[in-house]
Ligand binder design. Structure first.
Ligand code: IMP
Length: 226
């Protein structure tokens, strides 16, 4: 299906609105992106264009997967579009789940199973370090520090542009909160040290988040381009 790029930009109520296709089927991501980008943009999803299957994320970096998603969409709809690939890096797990964040606990991409696996793996590492201490080995306390990283690939008139954002924090001992999506219930951002990302408002999350930073940089770029 080829959609003429002309239909991707249009005027409404006297204001210029830019219509972009966002390569996601994740309702949480879509809601956040629409809020972050604000009124100057209208987001369309692949599903709105009749595209329901997702490209396989076979890249070995977030950027590679972000490009895969954006290029696949561009090939299929020919429209200005962008994709976001996000990973959670946990220091005590050597940077895992990283590029495997979506499928950490298996192909079902189940949020709860993914979070349970992170909590379990951290418990294992902490137990190992306590046992080593019992044998008289000097072990540094295991940090629970972690970060979310987002890489956004924008394809505009066939050219690619990249935007990145990071949110530093740590992994909680247990899940908390009903907001957000994905790993939010186990992530505590440095800016809100007493609450998980799922405990703060969407507005507070968007202000500090990896996705907020990357998408605001993209919006700034598009506005400056005119
Ligand atoms: P992807 O970017 O769609 O491949 O997402 C990777 C994984 O990270 C999925 O399991 C998402 O649910 C999760 N994820 C992406 N963004 C966030 C976020 O802002 N908070 C928590 N989890 C997220």
């Amino acid at each position: 299906m080829i959609i003429d790029t002309f239909v991707c930009k249009y005027w409404t109520k006297g204001d210029y609105k830019m219509k972009l296709v966002f390569a996601t089927g994740n309702k949480g991501k879509l809601r956040e992106a629409a809020e972050i980008l604000g009124e100057g943009f209208e987001l369309v999803t692949p599903a709105d264009l009749g595209i329901h299957d997702e490209v396989e994320e076979t890249g070995d970096t977030l950027k590679a997967n972000s490009i895969l998603k954006a290029e696949d969409l561009w090939r299929r709809c020919g429209c200005d579009c962008f994709a976001d690939d996000t990973g959670l890096e946990v220091d005590a797990l050597g940077g895992d789940p990283g590029v495997h964040t979506a499928r950490y606990a298996g192909e079902s991409k189940d949020f709860n199973e993914n979070m349970d696996k992170v909590l379990h793996e951290l418990n294992v590492v902490e137990c190992e370090s306590h046992m080593a201490a019992d044998y008289g080995l000097k072990i540094k306390k295991m940090p629970r520090t972690a970060r979310f990283k987002s890489v956004v690939t924008l394809i505009l008139d066939g050219r690619k542009y990249f935007f990145e954002g990071t949110l530093e924090g740590r992994i909680a001992k247990q899940k908390s909160g009903n907001g957000g999506f994905g790993y939010d219930p186990i992530f505590i951002a440095d800016e809100y040290p007493d609450r998980s990302l799922a405990d703060i408002t969407e507005e507070q999350k968007n202000e500090i988040s990896h996705r907020g930073k990357a998408l605001r940089a993209m919006a700034e770029f598009l506005k400056n381009r005119g």
